[in-house]
Structures are given as C-alpha cells and as structure tokens.
Write a protein that binds this ligand. Structure first.
Ligand code: C2E
Ligand code: CA
Ligand code: CA
Length: 436
C-alpha cells in the first residue's frame, strides 16, 4: 500500500498532496515560475450518497478523479484531499489564463455524463483557484485561499472563482500582476524604444546607437527592462516584443538626419530567438519594410545564444549575409568557448559594464578588458566598451585600443526625437572632420 496514495481513486492523498504542494511552491519561487492550485468540490455528495448508495458515491468520485487526471498535463498533480474534495496543482504556468483553460477543460470533460448501472448522471463540481506567487507564496495560505474561492464561487452561484485577496503573507512579489499587465502593454502603446549613443573613440564621432526598451505603466510608472524583459522571456511574449522593437527601431532611425555618415543601430536579441529558424526572416522582413542604406542593423546577442554553436552559427550566418552585423553583448560574463572562436559569425564584442566600471581600480578587470580587445582584433572584430561614465575611463580605453565607447559620459538612452537632436547638436558643436 502506498501511504501517499488515495485508495479509492489512485490519486495522491492529502499527505502526498501537501508535500507535493510544498515542493512545487518552493520550485516556483526559486525559478520565478508560476503555479496554480485548483480546489474542486463535488456538489451534493451527501445527497448522491443518500439517494443512490455509497457504491454509487464511490463511482462518482472515481469518475471525477479520472476527469481531473485527464485535464492535467504531465507536470501537474491531482489529489483527493478530503471526502468530496480534490486538488489540482498546475506547475510551470505561463499565465493566469492557463489556469482558466485547465478549469474549462475539466468542465468540458465533466459535462459528458457518466454511466452507472444503465443510468446517465452528470456530475457537477465547484472550483476555486489561487495562484502562486500572485495570491500567496506559502502552501497553507495558498490552500486556504483556494478553498475560500470555492465558497465564493458557490455563494455567487458560479462554477469557479479565483482568489481575490491580494496577499495574506508577506513579501509577495507582484511579478504576476506585471505579467498580466505586460500582455497588453504593447497594444496599449506603453512600450517605447530609447537610444543610447555610441562614439568612435579615435575621433569622437557618434557612429551608432543601442536601442533599449522602455515600459511606462500607467499604474506603476516606469518599470526597468531588467524586470520586465525576463518576464517577457518567461511568458513567451519576448518574440512579439523583439519583432516590434526591430521594426520600430528601423522605422524611427530611418527618419533621423545623422550628419556623421552611416549609423549602426543595435537591437537586443534574446537567446531563445537566436535558436529559432525564423530569426533571419524576421530581420529580412523588417529590413525590407523600413531599411535605409545609411542605417546598419546590429543584432546584440549574448554568449548564451551560442551554447549550441552548430545551430546558432548557421542561423547567424544567414542573418549576416544581407549586411546585418552581429555583436556579442556582455562579453566575458558568459561561457564562450575559445575552441570555436575562430568560426564565430560575429563582427563585434561588447565588453561588459562590470569590467569597464572597474577598469582603473581592479587589475583583473583591466587584464580582462585588454584580453577582449586583443582577441577581438586578432579575429577581425571591433570592440565596444559599455558603461563608460567618465573621461579617465575613456582615456584608458583609448590607450588600450578599444574602438567604440558607450555610456552615461556621452549620454543616457533617450527617445527618438531627442537622440536625433543629440546627434545633430554634437555635430554642430565640433569642427568639421578633416576632408580625406
Ligand atoms: P544591456 O543590453 O547590457 O544594456 C545596457 C544597459 O546599461 C542599459 O540599461 C543602459 O541604460 C545601461 N547603461 C548604459 N550606459 C551606462 C553607464 O554609463 N552606467 C550605467 N550604470 N549603466 C549604463 P537598461 O536600459 O536598463 O537595460 C538593461 C537590460 O535590459 C539591457 O542590458 C538588456 O539586457 C535588457 N534590454 C533592454 N532593452 C531591451 C530590448 O529591447 N530587448 C531585449 N531583449 N532586452 C533589452
Ligand atoms: Ca545590449
Ligand atoms: Ca550589455
């Protein structure tokens, strides 16, 4: 006999359920995943038992258990936690809508009547849902909220309800709320692209910009990309955002006057997209729609994108063919392998800000920066230093032969009209470059 199994239904019993819930909440918190707990009550159980006998009651419970098992995915967990009460733990949930889909699936399955001794009986259930971390991050609270939601649904004569309480426990991150808001942020026009200048160190001319995404939520104000980009990556929204970013950047930059000659515009590309076959098409479509000869697109990828070199190299080669360049962002912080360095289909390395900011104070950072610059040049790549905040750091980079600098010393990321003004103001403030 399995001590964690419910004999009647073969699902997990209450004890098994409790340890599963604890474990998966811990996982969800650690990995910043979402989890949903659905508590499902079979309606009118005592009436059914009374009218048809306990054997029938057992058959009903077994039927419901089967349908719950059917609605669950392979990484969800179903349990009977009380006489007529079941629970379903949905792990690795992308968004609240998915919990709703699971419930609807369960109701569709239960809408088909069960057959018992030549009788067709439709079993009705009421459900309550609580989400981790949105509603609670502790097992006990989550269960309590889901059970309370069952009562709410019942008194409102609804089939199911979501927990309402914001939180009973402390320190709840509002990742869930952001995740939901994020879904429609683009459609509501809350996202925009800002541009940070990049300067050629040798002559001080602006030669490019990096496009950085900004989100201003009407209720929460400005949300940093370090917060919302990982959410978008986790929820699968990042592709839509990247396609939008690429098109927006090419469209806006295509209108700028940039007196210093051709300008490169860099767009950040998340690792997951580099692994997808359609990235070259996405780039080609955007370039065809908005591309102009004087704007050169640069894709900033991370070392993580190159974990599967065979695949990513092939995709990057297809992208580079029509003239788009590839840059490795935050270089030196990931896991680049020197073994494949000579075959890298890459044009540029960006020295991570953490090395640049300590260039003058930490000898290790200075050595690493030297190494990156030297290696890039040996392989015919250029080097951008990011996070340059003062003249002395710029001077140190110049001495080391770094090609391009980016950082607050020159300017922060700014909206499209402001960067155009900036590019022109820098031009007006300097003497014309000597004719060649
Ligand atoms: P990143 O790609 O490494 O971008 C550089 C970050 O350094 C930007 O932060 C920029 O504002 C900041 N920065 C630039 N110069 C300086 C400086 O001199 N000092 C300091 N302290 N910081 C400087 P931001 O805009 O907050 O972006 C943070 C990260 O969010 C980016 O890091 C990138 O990983 C991600 N991100 C931003 N926009 C996008 C986007 O459109 N798509 C994707 N996939 N990721 C993005
Ligand atoms: Ca970047
Ligand atoms: Ca960077």
């Amino acid at each position: 006999m399995n001590l964690l199994e419910d004999e009647l239904t073969g699902l997990h019993n209450r004890r098994g359920f409790q340890s599963l819930l604890q474990r998966h909440i811990q996982n969800a918190n650690q990995r910043q995943n979402n989890l949903a707990l659905i508590v499902i009550d079979v309606d009118g159980m005592s009436r059914l038992n009374g009218a048809h006998g306990y054997a029938f009651g057992d058959a009903v419970l077994q039927h419901v258990a089967r349908q719950i098992g059917e609605a669950a995915r392979s990484h969800d967990y179903a349990a009977r936690i009380d006489g007529n009460r079941f629970a379903l733990i949905l792990t690795r949930l992308l968004n609240a809508g998915h919990a709703e889909l699971a419930i609807q699936k369960l109701y569709r399955l239960l809408d088909v009547p069960m057959r018992h001794a030549d009788q067709l009986v439709r079993v009705s259930v009421t459900a309550g849902v609580a989400l981790c971390p949105a509603h609670a991050t502790h097992a006990d609270f989550l269960l309590r909220l889901a059970e309370r939601a069952v009562e709410t649904a019942r008194s409102a004569e609804q089939r199911y309800a979501f927990a309402r309480e914001a939180s009973l426990d402390q320190g709840m991150p509002d990742a869930w709320e952001l995740e939901i808001e994020m879904e429609s942020a683009l459609d509501r026009g809350e996202l925009s692209m800002h541009y940070q200048p990049q300067i050629r160190i040798a002559d001080g001319h602006p030669v490019g910009v990096e496009a950085l995404m900004r989100w201003t939520s009407p209720s929460k104000g400005s949300i940093p990309p370090d917060i919302f980009i990982p959410i978008a990556e986790r929820t699968g929204q990042i592709k839509k955002l990247t396609v939008w970013a690429m098109n927006t950047v090419l469209r806006q930059s295509g209108h700028w006057s940039h007196p210093w000659g051709p300008l490169s515009v860099a767009v950040n590309i998340p690792a997951d997209l580099v692994a997808q076959d359609d990235l070259p098409d996405i780039v080609a479509t955007a370039a065809k729609l908005w591309g102009t000869p004087d704007i050169h697109l640069v894709l900033e990828i991370t070392e993580r994108s190159l974990m599967d070199p065979k695949r990513s190299f092939e995709i990057l080669k297809r992208i580079r063919e029509p003239g788009t360049r590839v840059s490795i962002d935050d270089f030196g912080t990931g896991y680049s392998s020197l073994a494949y360095f000579r075959d890298l289909p890459v044009d540029e390395l960006k020295v991570d800000r953490s090395f640049v900011s300590q260039l003058l104070t930490d000898p290790a950072c200075s050595h690493i920066t030297n190494l990156i610059i030297d290696m890039a040049h040996r392989f015919g790549m250029s080097v951008v230093a990011e996070g340059v905040e003062d003249e002395v750091t710029l001077q140190a980079l110049r001495e080391r032969g770094c090609d391009i600098a980016q950082g607050y010393y020159f300017g922060k990321a700014m909206p499209s009209p402001a960067i155009e003004q900036w590019l022109n103001a820098v031009h007006d403030a300097r003497p014309a470059p000597p004719a060649e």
